[in-house]
Design a protein around this ligand. Structure first.
Ligand code: ASP
Length: 365
């Protein structure tokens, strides 16, 4: 077990105490829980922020700004904004990998614990900071989700600049995917061409491996010293997706969720699997029922695997899925955890001790 957090760290007043009770989070068990008093956690002594492994600068910024008195929701949006603007991160914002037509379409959601308000945008184009637009939805409208051209127009109305988000690096990756995606179309793959990208004749180059679809996202959650939580998730989503495809990131309860009494959660990886298991909501429910953040993440990953077994094409073998999902959880008292399907993933943490990467627990060896 990578993260072992003592339950003595927080004050329990609930009668739903045992981890054993958690296997059943639906039906009768959920009804029983509703009748019990909530667990009360003590706020951390310094702000704490966690994110996916690509968010070290984001958590550092979020904790710094929240420590200066900024609302956690503004802190996480400012933090992920650094990654959204980074052309080298091909999973988020500027430089993100495009859809199958070569157009960058971004998804993001934001949630503010104290007001339990959420805002989100999906399939937004030509706007570099979708998390900040989602925050505007939260702050300035009675809606939760705005998509497509409506989201673009909403962002423009709020002064967000129109920008070309397709970097040369992302365009080349997309072109290579297009050229290798089928041998029965008119796009010659590099193995069939006798010209290189510079236009020089090179003769036949041989077989070329197709480019796989790739996932990637940033999730960031934070809690301040009053125990107020917020979170956000922002992404360019599944690479080379069907135009208009919406992943889990902008869906409240799937790619991100906050309950100010309990904690926040988020997800990266195969969004379809996370949506179909209401991943982030399920994590917060599991923490409410008494699991620590790491256990809650593992619990939801198990659920995702069990649901995926019904679709054989998603499974590597009888037990292991053929995709990855990483879940992140931050409890109201600042205790945090993360788990991935397979070993090797890390998540970013910033707190009173500084910013660092920590290993995620793994469901499978
Ligand atoms: N979850 C995102 C999506 O499915 C992608 C990712 O996190 O890798 O759009």
């Amino acid at each position: 077990m990578i993260h072992e957090h003592s339950r003595r760290q927080f004050l329990r007043t609930s009668s739903v105490a045992s981890v054993g009770a958690i296997g059943a989070l639906s039906g009768a068990a959920a009804g029983a829980r509703a009748e019990t008093r909530p667990i009360a956690w003590v706020a951390p002594k310094s702000p704490v922020s966690i994110s996916s492994g690509n968010g070290l600068r984001a958590v550092e910024r979020a904790v710094l700004r929240i420590g200066e008195g900024l609302d956690p929701v503004l802190g996480v949006v400012e933090g992920v904004g650094i990654v959204e603007a980074d052309p080298d991160d091909m999973t988020v914002g500027y430089g993100g990998l495009p859809n199958e037509r070569g157009v960058v379409q971004l998804d993001s959601s934001v949630m503010h614990g104290p007001t339990h308000k959420a805002g989100s945008v999906a399939c937004i184009e030509n706007i570099m900071h979708p998390a900040a637009v989602a925050l505007k939805v939260l702050q300035t409208t009675d809606h939760v989700m705005i998509v497509g051209h409506g989201a673009y127009e909403f962002a423009r109305a709020h002064g967000f600049p129109h920008e070309d988000l397709l970097t040369d690096k992302a365009r080349r990756a997309w072109l290579r995917w297009k050229q290798t995606s089928s041998d029965r179309d008119d796009w010659l793959d590099p193995g069939q061409m006798d010209w290189n990208e510079e236009g020089t004749s090179v003769g036949l180059a041989g077989e070329v491996e197709p480019v796989p679809f790739t996932y990637g996202t940033i999730h960031c959650g934070a809690v301040d010293t009053s125990g107020n939580l917020s979170a956000c998730t922002t992404t360019s989503g599944l690479s080379y997706k069907i135009p208009g495809r919406v992943g889990d990131s902008p869906i409240i309860g799937a790619g991100m969720y906050v309950d100010n009494q309990i904690g926040s959660a988020g997800a990266t990886g195969r969004g379809e699997a996370v949506i179909q298991s209401c991943g982030s909501f399920a994590i917060v429910q599991a923490m409410e029922a008494g699991m620590d953040p790491t256990q809650a993440c593992l619990h939801v990953l198990r659920k995702i695997v069990s649901n995926s077994k019904r679709q054989k094409r998603l499974m590597r073998d009888a037990e292991r899925p053929d995709f990855n999902v990483v879940m992140y959880a931050l409890r109201k008292d600042g205790v945090h955890g993360s788990a991935a399907m397979f070993p090797g993933a890390r998540y970013a943490v910033a707190d009173g001790v500084g910013a660092r990467l920590e290993p995620c627990a793994a469901l499978f060896e």
